[in-house]
Design a protein around this ligand. Structure first.
Ligand code: PGA
Length: 249
């Protein structure tokens, strides 16, 4: 019923030429997979990435958008601009932006609205730090991130959103949450959404796992009932690994 998704977040990697090559490699290696593939390169790659993939089933997304519509915001890129480059998705609230740019749940709520108003699907990231997990606060932290970031949305809007659970301690560290740990939180997230919007809405929302997903562990994680795919960092930078992950369903 809900979409399986594998999204590759390149972060701040690849020159324009290297990016074009990687996208072409992904397109050449990929043959029909059971999921929506999304490539999320840096801003300057977006137009060309959309040109290369326009006749394929690969979608393109941006890594962030501004909370503002337009105007004197040097260095920022609006949701409208991202849409105009041909994108369908935008990551909102990646833990690196929460940590390094002090992005709060309330600011992210504004960004989510900007995305939806411009017909982009937000991929809203949540997840606890190691300290929070060790203090057994992970449920509480994720609940607050979801409530403050998303719960002003209408039913229709939340149905057009994707959630990514990414425990900060698993990002780029080689430490993955176990498949059972992922399932536990994913199920919890779906329950919180069901409490607010009803079960049928909750069942329609794709919830992705992110944090050191590799070809070797993707299948076990994606097999869990409430895990609908992954947000992939490091392993999305090699076509072969990324495509292998998309075959993990
Ligand atoms: P990673 O990153 O796969 O390199 O751990 C995931 C992410 O930050 O989205």
């Amino acid at each position: 019923m809900r979409k399986n998704i594998v999204a590759g977040n390149w972060k701040m990697n690849k020159s324009l030429e290297e990016g074009k090559t990687l996208i072409s490699e992904i397109m050449n290696t990929q043959n029909s997979s059971d999921c929506q593939i999304i490539i999320i390169p840096p801003f300057i790659h977006l137009s060309v990435a959309n040109e290369i993939t326009c006749n394929s089933n690969i979608a393109i997304g941006a890594q962030d958008c501004s909370a503002n519509q337009s105007g004197a915001y040097t260095g920022e890129v609006s949701a409208q601009m991202i849409k105009s480059a041909g994108c369908q998705y935008v990551i909102v609230g990646h833990s690196e932006r929460r940590a390094m740019h002090n992005e709060s749940n309330n600011l992210l709520n504004i960004k989510v609205n900007q995305a939806l108003e411009n017909k982009l699907t937000p991929i809203y990231c949540c997840g606890e730090t190691l300290e929070e997990r060790e203090a057994n606060r992970h449920f509480e932290v994720v609940k607050q991130q979801i409530q403050e970031g998303l719960f002003t949305l209408t039913e229709e809007q939340i149905k057009n959103s994707v959630i990514a659970y990414e425990p900060v301690w698993a990002i780029g560290t080689g430490k993955t949450a176990s498949a059972d740990q992922a399932q536990e939180i994913h199920n919890y997230i779906r329950t919180i959404i069901a409490d607010k919007y009803g079960n049928s809405v909750a069942q329609e929302i794709s919830i992705l796992y992110g944090g050191s997903v590799k070809p070797q562990n993707a299948q076990e994680i994606f097999a869990k009932e409430d895990v609908d795919g992954g947000l992939i960092g490091g392993a999305s930078l090699k076509a072969e690994d990324f495509i292998a992950i998309t075959k993990g369903f």
